[in-house]
Ligand binder design. Structure first.
Ligand code: HCA
Ligand code: CU
Length: 383
C-alpha cells in the first residue's frame, strides 16, 4: 500500500558526504546519526569502509552506537568491498553497479552478462557470510540504461533470491515522475521485492520522483538533510516530508517533525552553507505572508494560505506589514497586539501612510509601531 509502509534511507552520511563542502568529523557523524535517529528515520546509509581509513573507523563507531535506525554501508559490486563491509558489523549492505552504456564503458568495462555474474557472486558471498544481513542490489544510472538491459539484470538478481531489496537510481537527475512510476511499478509487479528509489535533483524532480516511486509501490526512499550530495544533491529529507505531509499528515506522523529545523541548521553549519531562503519548511521565507489579501485571510484562518502548519514543525509564521502591498487588516492586528484601541479610520490612515512611505522603502516593525503609537496618542479617548 503506497505511503503507509515506506521507510527512509537517510544517506547524509554517504551521498551527503559527496557534497562539495561536506567533510564530517566523527563527532559530527555521531551527532548527525543520533539526531536522525531521534527524528525516526528507519535506516542510515554510510560511506564505504574502503573510501579511507577514517571512513572505516567512523562506520564502525556509528554502527556500535546502538541506534534504533539500522546502519547500512554502500559498496561497489566487488568481493573485496563486501569482505571489508561485512567486517565492520553493519546491519545492511547496499551494492551498486552501473548499467548505462556510459558507465559500462567508462566505469567498470563489464557486459550485462558479466554484471549479472559478478553481482550474483558478490551477493551470494555476502549472504553466505551473513545470512541475516539486509542486502540490496541497485543499478547505477538506471534511467539512462537500456530498458532491456535493466530488466535482464533486475530479474536475474531477483531470481537468485539473495536480496531483500532492489534499488533504482536516477544518478544524473534526468527522470520524469511518469518514468519513475512505470519502472517502479513494473519491478514491484515482476519481482515482488522491496524497491528503493534514489533520485538526484539536477533538473528539479527529485521530490516529485520520490513521490511517484512511492505511488508506484516503492518501499524505501533515499534522502539527505537539505538534499546535499553530488552536484546539487538528491531528494531532501525536509522536502520529502513536506510533499508527503501535504498529501496526508498521517503519512509522516511517525517522525519527530519538530526536529527538522535543527537537522537543517546542523548540516548548514557543518557544510558552511546557508539554508536556502525557499527551502521546504525551514527556509527563511517558508511561512512569511505579505500581500494584504493574504494577510487578512491568514489572520482569520492560517490554512487559507498554508498547506503546512508551521506549529507542526516548531517554526513560526510571520505576517510582514511594512510594505506597499500591505492591508489594513494586518495593521489592525498589529495595533491589537500592541494593545492600542484605534478606530477603523485611524487604522486606515496609518495603512495609507505605510503605503506611501513604503513606496520608497519598506518600514521596519519599529517604525510601524511608532506610527501606530503616534496615532493612538492623537486619537481622542473613548470612555
Ligand atoms: C553515485 C552512486 C549513487 C548510487 C545510488 C544507489 C547514484 O554516487 O553515483 O546506490 O542507489 O546516484 O547512482 O549515489
Ligand atoms: Cu547518488
Amino acid at each position: 500500500m503506497p505511503f503507509h509502509q515506506y521507510s527512509i534511507i537517510e544517506s547524509t552520511l554517504r551521498e551527503g558526504e559527496q557534497f562539495s563542502t561536506a567533510t564530517f568529523t566523527l563527532a559530527q557523524k555521531l551527532e548527525i546519526a543520533g539526531r536522525l535517529d531521534e527524528f525516526g528515520v528507519e535506516m542510515i546509509e554510510m560511506t564505504s569502509p574502503l573510501a579511507s581509513p577514517r571512513s572505516e573507523a567512523d562506520l564502525r563507531a556509528v554502527t556500535a552506537a546502538g541506534l534504533k535506525a539500522r546502519i547500512l554501508t554502500h559498496i561497489r559490486c566487488k568481493k573485496e568491498d563486501a569482505l571489508r563491509a561485512l567486517d565492520t558489523g553493519v546491519q545492511g549492505i547496499d551494492v551498486v553497479i552501473g548499467t548505462s552504456p556510459r558507465l559500462m564503458q567508462h566505469s567498470h568495462g563489464k557486459s550485462i552478462r558479466q554484471i549479472i555474474d559478478t553481482a550474483s557472486e558478490v551477493l551470494s558471498f555476502i549472504r553466505e557470510q551473513q545470512p541475516d544481513i539486509i542486502l540490496r542490489f541497485s543499478t547505477e544510472d538506471s534511467f539512462r540504461s537500456r530498458e532491456v538491459d535493466l530488466y535482464r539484470v533486475y530479474l536475474a538478481i531477483a531470481e537468485t533470491g539473495l536480496v531483500n531489496r532492489l534499488g533504482v537510481a536516477d544518478t544524473v537527475g534526468v527522470a520524469l515522475p511518469t518514468r519513475v512510476y512505470d519502472l517502479v511499478r513494473q519491478l514491484v509487479r515482476l519481482t515482488g521485492l522491496d524497491i528503493e528509489f534514489h533520485g538526484h535533483n539536477d533538473s528539479g524532480c527529485a521530490i516529485a520522483n520520490a513521490c511517484a516511486a512511492l505511488e508506484a509501490g516503492a518501499t524505501h526512499i533515499d534522502t539527505t538533510i537539505l538534499g546535499i550530495g553530488e552536484r546539487n544533491g538528491i531528494t531532501p529529507l525536509g522536502g520529502l516530508i513536506a510533499r508527503l505531509y501535504t498529501l496526508d499528515k498521517a503519512f509522516v506522523s511517525k517522525y519527530t517533525l519538530t526536529l527538522l529545523p535543527e537537522l537543517d541548521a546542523m548540516i548548514a553549519r557543518f557544510c558552511h552553507i546557508d539554508i536556502p531562503f525557499n527551502n521546504y519548511i525551514t527556509g527563511s521565507s517558508a511561512f512569511i505572508h505579505k500581500a494584504g489579501i493574504h494577510a487578512k485571510a491568514v489572520l482569520a484562518d492560517p490554512s487559507t494560505y498554508e498547506a503546512l502548519n508551521p506549529d507542526d514543525f516548531g517554526v513560526q509564521r510571520e505576517i510582514v506589514i511594512g510594505h506597499r502591498l500591505t492591508g489594513w487588516n494586518a495593521v489592525r492586528h498589529r495595533a491589537h497586539i500592541l494593545g492600542l484601541a484605534l478606530d477603523d479610520a485611524a487604522i486606515q490612515a496609518v495603512t495609507r501612510r505605510i503605503k506611501e512611505q513604503a513606496d520608497d522603502a519598506p518600514l521596519s516593525l519599529v517604525e510601524i509601531d511608532e506610527l501606530l503609537h503616534r496615532h493612538a496618542l492623537a486619537q481622542p479617548h473613548t470612555p
